[in-house]
Design a protein around this ligand. Structure first.
Ligand code: ATP
Ligand code: MG
Length: 425
């Protein structure tokens, strides 16, 4: 137990962190380009927020939440997603009085008690955006185009965009009657969870992952065929805008999305490479959510993008992420005087912004050089008594093996020049 992390969690080790930095930095940068600003929200919230905000007929709330009582007796839940917390923050911080629309993005961990598989963990990471205050189809198109551009700039191909409209409460009420007629005669063949959802939220049944339920649902009526005129017009406009922006998409009448609060546009970016956990990103409009959580009526739209699945997809497409560079210089030494000199040079280099490593293992010169090689240092220098006396040393280029006699005093300047692109120095 002591030496095993809990099931469904994993460490991100230094050897892979560069990939995380890369997709994180790119996400931040693209989101900024679209005018989204970062928000950081707590890891835990009151359980009630998710019951209301995610919806208590969803898989997340019914089966997957990490909920506990804190020492003050409050029911607390680790966030299973980001939207509910951001909506809570929107209301709590009076963001409805900010210039509209309010455009926020986040990079969070999320927690769900799940069956652990490739691409499905109990602690995972999501990028997301939430855009509040615009009911315009242009907002839907903007959020989708942000994702399209992001995937493009990462060099990801073959992520399929599927979109659907799940209407508004008005069309859904009518549709629910039609759906219940279809489901009613099949109830006996559906799982217990589905039967429970039949009266509470029949549409949720369409999202059941159990094979025998899925088989019963193949010919179920689709909400898209029953949406009201306003919702149909909204959906037409979204489609038009995607076409104008050259963003390929398919309509998938089967997308219901896992969360209760979605209205109108819903969408997914799906991969064919990473198997059953193929949905890299899911999102949609949630025009009723802010009000449901206690704010004034405010339209909104957003998405959540699974970072583990994104990285799996990039790996499976052999997308190369630039490898991090080793330190610019390794400073080796032998003897006490040389050690002092090495320490003062290392400090000067680091102060000047130059990554530098120095022996702190008391190794022989030979082992120091081996280590310099292993950590991919660009240059190395070894100091001994004669270098301390003469003020000169040999600077070795570790990739070519070339050496150069230099004045030790010039080392900071040389490396600065080198870093500024003057790589012949
Ligand atoms: P799924 O149908 O695969 O369970 P979901 O509908 O529950 O996904 P969302 O709640 O929409 O997923 O979350 C958005 C994204 O977060 C997903 O598209 C996926 O990339 C990622 N994600 C969701 N759950 C997990 C998990 N347990 N482990 C890793 N990534 C996840
Ligand atoms: Mg899920």
């Amino acid at each position: 137990m002591l030496t095993m992390a809990p099931k469904g969690t994993r460490d991100i080790l230094p050897d892979e962190i560069y990939k995380w930095y890369y997709v994180e930095e790119k996400f931040r940068e693209v989101a900024n380009r679209f005018g989204f600003r970062e928000i950081r929200i707590p890891v835990f919230e009151h359980t009630e927020l998710f019951q209301r905000g995610v919806g208590d007929t969803t898989d997340i709330v019914q089966k997957e939440m990490y909920t506990f009582n804190d020492k003050g007796g409050r029911s607390i839940t680790l966030r299973p997603e980001g939207t509910a917390g951001v909506v809570r923050s929107y209301i709590q911080n009076g963001m409805s009085s900010w210039p509209q629309p309010v455009k926020l993005f986040y990079n969070i961990t999320a927690y769900r008690y799940e069956n652990v598989q490739k691409g499905r963990y109990r602690e995972f990471h999501q990028f997301g955006v939430e855009l509040f205050g615009s009911a315009d189809p242009g907002a839907d198109a903007e959020v989708i185009s942000l994702l399209h551009l992001y995937f493009n700039e990462l060099g990801i191909k073959n992520l399929k965009l599927n979109i659907n409209s799940i209407g508004c409460p008005v069309c859904r009420e009518k549709y629910n009657k039609i759906l219940k007629e279809y489901l009613g005669i099949r109830l006996g063949k559906l799982c217990e969870t589905c039967r429970d959802r039949f009266n509470r939220n029949p549409m949720r049944i369409l999202d059941c992952k159990i094979e025998s339920c899925k088989n019963e649902l193949v010919n179920a009526p689709a909400l898209l065929d029953h949406i009201c005129e306003d919702c149909a017009m909204h959906f037409d406009k979204v489609r038009e805008k995607l076409i104008t922006m050259d963003i390929p998409f398919s309509i998938d009448k089967g997308i219901v999305r896992g969360l209760d609060y979605y209205t109108r546009t819903v969408f997914e970016f799906v991969s064919e490479n990473i198997g059953s956990q193929g949905t890299v990103c899911g999102g949609g409009r949630y025009d009723g959510l802010v009000e449901a959580c206690g704010g004034s009526p405010t339209p909104g739209i957003g998405f959540g993008l699974g970072i583990e699945r994104l990285l799996l997809e990039m790996d499976s497409q052999n997308i190369e992420v630039p490898l991090p560079e080793g330190p610019d210089i390794f400073i080796g030494f032998i003897g006490e005087k040389a050690e002092k000199l090495a320490e003062s040079i290392a400090l000067k280099l680091r102060t000047a912004g130059i990554p530098c490593e120095k022996d702190i293992m008391g190794r022989s010169v030979k082992s120091q050089m081996k280590y310099a090689n292993k950590i991919n240092a660009r240059f190395a220098i070894i100091l001994g008594d004669s270098e301390v006396e003469s003020g000169k040393a040999e600077l070795k280029n570790m990739s070519t093996g070339e050496t150069k006699d230099i004045h030790i005093d010039t080392i900071v300047d040389r490396l600065l020049k080198y870093k500024q692109g003057n790589k012949n120095e």
